[in-house]
Structures are given as C-alpha cells and as structure tokens.
Design a binder for this molecule. Structure first.
Ligand SMILES: [Zn+2]
Length: 61
C-alpha cells in the first residue's frame, strides 16, 4: 500500500489551505427592475431572467 513518505508540516498544510476559501458571489443589477441579483440566475424581485418573465406571479416592473 502506498503511503505518505514524509510528515506534512503545519506550514505545508497552511500553504495548501491558503487557496481554500468560499467563492465570492457575483451580484449584478437586474436589467428589468434594477434590483441587485446573483449573476446567471433569475431576479428574485421581479422574477425575470435574461429579459424574459419566468415567474408569472411576480409583478412586471
Ligand atoms: Zn428584476
């Protein structure tokens, strides 16, 4: 069985984990109502996506 040849030091662990972080959420303004929304997702304020009404119940602004 293959195993680790050397002990991974605290320093090495920290260096590796320096890249471990949550991805930053990209928010853009909705083209329809101007509300802040997540990129590549439908607007929760007016229910539109890519200039198209997706959720019928939401009011069109
Ligand atoms: Zn909107």
């Amino acid at each position: 069985m293959a195993g680790p040849k050397h002990k991974v030091t605290k320093s090495r662990i920290k260096m590796r984990r320096s890249h471990h972080r949550a991805a930053t959420l990209t928010s853009v303004k909705c083209s329809k109502c101007g509300e802040l929304k997540l990129a590549h997702s439908l607007c929760l304020a007016c229910g539109s996506y890519n200039g198209r009404q997706v959720i019928k119940g939401k009011t069109e602004v």
